[in-house]
Design a protein around this ligand. Structure first.
Ligand code: FMN
Length: 249
């Protein structure tokens, strides 16, 4: 038992400490919401607030960490883009993970490339390239073409890849890849670390060995390569097809 005076004193200190902590929390939360950049400390505060909300709302096992904003989209394709073969540039290959489909009509795709890359110079000057879809068998070559520069190596020769003559553009495709898309640059967006080349797909080539008797492309047999958080994976088992979730069983 504490004497009366001491009890009062303990309760008052406890109440004040609670108030100070609450104010501190709200102060930082408000600054975060107002868009203030207070670095990891504020992120940690935000994480705590988010976690707490989840605790309060559903008491489930869901726990999230808030990370610094970054490029976390996964998986993405790791493609080998061939370029050159025109304007004094011999054919070269660059591996790109920042690539994607951006429009169906006209068929457009995008590739984002740092200006320091040799291929950036080539694609800027020639305005064309070929996107080659990669497979598990080509994983090593895909990685190699993504760590060595065409300024120092002939990548076709080193990786024993076969240049495949294109129909429209001067850059050759890579014969060993199951899909080759000949592209012409339509727009360049300067975004920051990377410039995005938006290009029209002018011709497509697919490997005959992946066509079934009816001419359907069996990409499920191609062992396509995916890139996820810095690692390569081979595409696994098929789970369904477009719209299967609403089809009658
Ligand atoms: C898996 C992987 C993905 C890559 N993605 C990109 C990318 O999207 N954009 C880019 O500018 N560089 C990317 N790189 C780095 C380039 O491929 C690398 O710098 C290459 O050596 C450049 O070749 P070059 O100098 O012959 O053009 C990637 C590398 C790897 C291994």
């Amino acid at each position: 038992m504490l004497p009366d005076g001491e009890t009062h004193y303990t309760i008052t200190s406890f109440a004040m400490a609670t108030f100070v902590l609450l104010f501190y929390d709200l102060y930082y939360a408000e600054f975060y919401i107002a868009g203030s950049k207070r670095g990891s400390y504020v992120m940690e505060k935000k994480r705590r607030i988010v976690t707490r909300r989840l605790d309060e709302e559903d008491n489930s096992q869901v726990r999230k960490r808030s990370w610094r904003p970054g490029t976390m989209l996964a998986p993405v394709p790791a493609v080998m883009v061939s370029c050159g073969g025109a304007k004094d540039y011999k054919p070269n290959i660059i591996t790109l993970a920042w690539a994607g489909t951006v429009c169906s009509e006209p068929p457009l795709l995008s590739v984002s490339i740092r200006p320091s890359r040799y291929s950036y110079e080539i694609i800027s000057k020639t305005g064309e390239f070929v996107v080659n879809v990669t497979t598990a068998k080509l994983a090593r070559a895909t990685d190699w073409c993504g760590v060595k520069s065409g300024r120092d190596f002939d990548k076709f020769e080193h990786c024993r890849l076969t240049p495949f003559p294109s129909d429209i553009v001067k850059a050759p495709g890579i014969a060993e890849c199951p899909i080759n898309m000949e592209c012409q640059v339509r727009r360049v967006l300067k975004l920051g670390s990377h410039d995005m080349f938006i290009a029209e797909i002018k011709a497509v080539h697919v490997s005959e060995e992946l066509l079934d008797k009816r001419g359907k492309l069996r990409l499920d047999k191609a062992e396509l390569l995916a890139f996820s958080h810095g690692e390569y994976f081979v595409l696994g088992s098929r789970l369904g097809h477009f719209g299967y979730s609403v089809r009658k069983k």
